[in-house]
Ligand binder design. Structure first.
Ligand code: URA
Length: 200
């Protein structure tokens, strides 16, 4: 089964899973989208108003900024994969609760398992918390992190959330700089084989 088909099956499983929280208050499920053969997987927080309306991740203001940041490194959203830790919009855009994040976790993990990206870029503290529960975003943003996760070493770059950048000029500068560094990080990551991860 190719990746597209596996992702389609995963989405169907989520659509049927009545145990998932937040479904009642949401318009629709917002599944991940993009190139399943990408090297970079972006993981955000949860759908907002426009994502809930359109059923697509990062299509509101934060999404527009994400697209601009991708353009700054010659990437389009179709080149990468973009997803969220929570797939139904929390009421009034409140922060997702730990138990809500936990309920969606098996699906996020399966999605990552299908895509097998070389690099995971977390957007904001909720997705960063999945891989680096004790990290402080102000200290680690933009820095390549080697994480032992599900029995293997994976590479993660935590970034600020684009919505935070829209609210704060300092965060905007930081996220722009972090994105510009991403090309180099990606070259480094692509050049190394998994068994050489200890060199990082
Ligand atoms: N913020 C997120 O974290 N995800 C989206 O899809 C949109 C806004």
């Amino acid at each position: 089964m190719d990746k597209q088909e596996q992702l389609k099956n995963l989405k169907e499983k989520m659509l049927k899973d009545q145990s998932l929280p937040l479904r009642k208050g949401a318009t629709q499920l917002v599944f991940g989208e993009g190139n399943p053969d990408t090297k970079i997987y972006f993981l955000g927080e949860a759908p907002g108003y426009w994502e809930d309306q359109k059923g697509r991740p990062f299509v509101g203001q934060a999404g527009q900024l994400l697209e601009k940041l991708l353009t700054s490194i010659d990437l389009k959203r179709e080149d990468v994969y973009i997803s969220n830790v929570v797939r139904f919009r929390p009421p009034d855009n409140r922060d997702p609760l730990p138990e809500e994040i936990a309920a969606f976790t098996p699906y996020v993990d399966q999605e990552i398992g299908i895509i097998k990206p070389k690099l995971i870029v977390t957007l904001g503290r909720f997705s960063m918390g999945k891989f680096l529960p004790f990290a402080k975003i102000s200290q680690v943003h933009g820095k390549l992190q080697k994480v032992f996760w599900h029995g293997e070493e994976i590479l993660v770059v935590p970034m600020y959330h684009p919505a935070a950048a829209l609210r704060n000029g300092g965060v905007m500068e930081a996220i722009k700089e972090d994105f510009l560094k991403l090309t180099q990080v990606l070259e480094k990551v692509t050049a190394i084989k998994t068994e050489q991860l200890s060199l990082i």
